[in-house]
Design a protein around this ligand. Structure first.
Ligand code: SF4
Length: 379
């Protein structure tokens, strides 16, 4: 099972917290679409084999592309790969780019899932994040999505905003409830280095998110989502039964994927490939027929660490048999030994041959996974 990812590296404006690769200089948009098509044609012969089960247009802001630009990328995918007729085809979109006619035309292009960068229903928070849309547009686009016939979509929300009270976060989820999205992602605001937010926190103009408050938001999220019928299947992702993300789930399960565009990553099952995260350098490489990025050979322990980090964010964790098959019994024994004290303390649980983090400890998933990291197995 394989997935195809297009990174569209343009945004209308820079959100204060964002450390993804994007540019607000959009003059190069037509040249970039042509270059990504060219990269696809160049890499398809050595790309993932088998049917593509998902195509994901992410970024940046893919909804800044015109319909004909999107169509040209999807046509290139169809022309160069065997795409499953039932493939999940997701487009990331911001509310300020959407209109009912545009949404209807997206459906005609074959886009069957939308990922909406909504983030908040509160204008003051949207302004604080320097988002390009307002709360009215957040609500409006959710109505249009349904009216356009999209029954598969996901919404991003951010919690743990500076000075955000638990009551305020409860209000955000209450605002989401009437739209009943089949899937949503809830991310704790993270202060990434070299972002505007990091400068604001360093200068003291904004407080850093307080861990205690963020943990309270997460607790409420868990309770609320369960009461609404959502499965909290990944630390930041929640879905109604049968509505889990195909593309992201494959990524979390370590399936191969091909990533195209500046800053995109690919994985062939063994080796990772990272495209240069610079629009001019990417365009130049394509024009000159040079490689667009570099390969990265992962040491077994790096693979294992990544496996633990992604799998322990899933509600189902991982199966000991799977870990042993992938990494061998020495590494499996190493992880088992490291897990013991956490099992005794109830921070991990085992059932049906799987190790996972119980709901009460899920907020700490990343830190707990890191506790198992394999530096070196003992002889
Ligand atoms: S729209 Fe998305 S990718 Fe662009 S700056 Fe904002 S968060 Fe980052």
């Amino acid at each position: 099972m394989s997935g195809l990812y297009f990174h569209i590296p343009f945004c209308r404006q820079a959100c204060t917290y964002c450390d993804f690769h994007f540019s607000t200089r959009r003059q190069q948009q037509p040249a970039m679409v042509a270059a990504i098509r060219q990269e696809l044609q160049q890499r398809a012969p050595t790309g993932p084999t088998g049917q593509m089960k998902s195509i994901y247009l992410g970024g940046g802001t893919p909804s800044l592309l015109s319909l004909s630009q999107l169509e040209s990328l999807l046509q290139a995918a169809q022309a160069n790969f065997s795409v499953d007729p039932a493939a999940e085809i997701t487009l990331e979109a911001n509310p300020d780019d959407l209109s009912l006619p545009y949404l209807k035309q997206l459906r005609q292009l074959g886009v069957n899932r939308l990922s909406i960068g909504l983030q908040s229903f509160d204008d003051s928070h949207l302004q604080l994040m320097n988002r390009a849309h307002n709360a009215r547009q957040s609500r409006q686009c959710l109505e249009w999505i349904r009216a356009a016939g999209f029954d598969n979509f996901t919404v991003d929300l951010i919690y743990g905003m500076p000075r955000q009270s638990p009551k305020h976060w409860e209000g955000q989820l209450a605002a989401l409830a009437p739209f009943k999205p089949p899937h949503f992602s809830a991310y704790a605001l993270t202060v990434e280095p070299r972002t505007v937010l990091a400068h604001q926190v360093a200068r003291g103009t904004l407080p850093a998110p307080e861990e205690e408050t963020v943990a309270a938001h997460f607790d409420y999220l868990q309770q609320w989502a369960a009461a609404q019928g959502y499965e909290h299947y990944e630390l930041s992702n929640l879905a109604l039964p049968g509505c889990r993300a195909v593309h992201n789930s494959a990524y979390w399960q370590g399936q191969p994927y091909l990533g195209l565009g500046p800053g995109a990553h690919s994985f062939d099952g063994k080796q990772r490939y990272a495209n240069v995260a610079s629009n001019p350098r990417y365009l130049k490489a394509i024009q000159e027929g040079q490689p667009t990025g570099t390969s990265e050979w992962l040491r077994p322990e790096d693979h294992l660490n990544e496996y633990l980090m992604t799998r322990l964010r899933l509600d189902e964790g991982f199966a000991w048999a799977d870990l042993t098959e992938r990494f061998g019994s020495r590494w499996a024994q190493f992880v088992r030994r490291e897990a013991q004290k956490h099992l005794k303390a109830g921070r991990f649980q085992e059932a049906a041959g799987r190790l996972f983090i119980p709901a009460a400890w899920r907020f700490h998933s990343d830190g707990l996974a890191a506790e198992l990291f394999a530096l070196q197995p003992t002889a």
